[in-house]
Design a protein around this ligand. Structure first.
Ligand code: FAD
Length: 307
């Protein structure tokens, strides 16, 4: 068995593994895809001290750093069940989809999250070519341009307010007849001169010229009429889904399915820690996931020396 088993090889899992390995703890990492969401990212400009890098480059650097230590990296491994230790200090089991079971005294869960897609024609084709999911990351790329935000919940309205300060114009598109964001955010949004709010509107297609986004179409749900909006960028803000379906019933999750953690990354199960986008941590960013991974690694070490 491992002393510490990390599930997930994104920024959070990589940081956790480096921290536990540097404590001399026998560490394994089981990951579907080492690098995680970073692999799907083009330019990264907010990883502090690195003014510009690219996702695949950062993902390779993460893996190389972990491989400098004697960490057992098990790629293409999908965890599908967590069986907690029967007694404190005992071994937790992780059952993989290939039927194998891995055991460890301490487990760090860092399975990340995925953005919910609109699932309309053109969305996948123009991802990173105008279709974006993270305003903190990609907002500045659309400086002075026309954009839309899809989704009128808190994250959509926050994104629209944020973007309105950078881009030329923002069209906010909400499927429902009303925005669902907090009233204070809605008031702020409505006070901005360069924002158009469309409710009861269903985005139907992302338009492009083959190389980049040129617009979108939406259906006015009241009349069934299709309209076109010309623009350069589309921010999809209809939810970030944590990769925690496999943990339901085994560990305390928030109503949104995020693993509940305290300031030390501890979960509801002694010896099981969690870090990054799969948890209740506020704000989902690379640098935040790495910090959380370091915290979870140190907490696992602390647990090991006490048990
Ligand atoms: P992830 O990166 O999601 O990694 C999760 C890991 O767990 C992966 O290895 C995955 O394969 C694995 N996994 C999942 N389920 C299982 C399972 N059941 N069993 C085993 N392994 C599993 N952030 C920034 O700071 N700057 C940016 O510029 C930026 N741009 C982004 C652009 C895009 C397109 C996207 C999608 C995200 C972007 N982000 C950016 C967000 C950033 O990528 C995430 O916050 C960060 O990757 C979270 O790290 P994580 O380790 O928690 O999870």
């Amino acid at each position: 068995p491992f002393e510490v088993l990390v599930i997930g090889g994104g920024p959070a899992g990589a940081a956790a593994a480096v921290y536990t390995a540097r404590k001399g703890i026998r560490t394994g990492v089981a990951a579907q895809r080492f690098g995680g969401q970073v692999l799907d990212t083009l330019g990264i400009e907010n990883f502090i001290s690195v003014s510009h890098t690219e996702g695949p480059k950062l993902a390779a650097a993460l893996e190389n750093h972990v491989r400098e230590y004697e960490v057992d990296i098990m790629n293409l491994s999908t965890a599908q069940q967590l069986i907690p230790a029967e007694a404190p200090g005992g071994l937790h089991s992780i059952v993989l989809s290939n039927g194998a079971t891995l055991r460890a005294r301490s487990v760090i869960l860092s399975t990340g999250a995925r953005w919910r897609n609109m699932n309309v024609p053109g969305e996948a084709e123009y991802a990173t070519k105008g279709v974006a999911y993270c305003p903190h990351c990609d907002g500045p790329l659309f400086k002075g341009k026309r954009t839309a935000v899809i989704g009128g919940g808190n994250s959509g309205v926050e994104a629209a307010i944020d973007l309105a300060g950078i881009v030329a114009h923002v069209t906010l598109i909400e499927f429902d007849t009303v925005l669902r964001a907090d009233a204070v955010l809605q008031d702020k949004l409505r006070s901005l001169p360069n924002v158009t709010i469309l409710t009861n509107a269903r985005t139907t297609e992302v338009l492009g010229d083959g190389a980049k986004v040129t617009g979108l179409t939406y259906e006015d749900r009241a009349t069934g009429t299709i309209h076109t909006v010309e623009l350069e960028g589309i921010f999809v803000q209809i939810g970030l889904v944590p990769n925690t379906e496999w943990l339901k019933g085994a560990i305390a999750l928030s109503p949104r399915g995020e693993i509940e953690i305290d300031a030390k990354g501890a979960t509801s199960i002694p010896g099981v820690f969690a870090a990054g986008d799969c948890t209740t941590v506020p704000y989902k960013q690379i640098i935040i996931a790495m910090g959380a991974g370091a915290t979870a690694g140190l907490s696992a070490f602390d647990y090991m020396i006490r048990n």
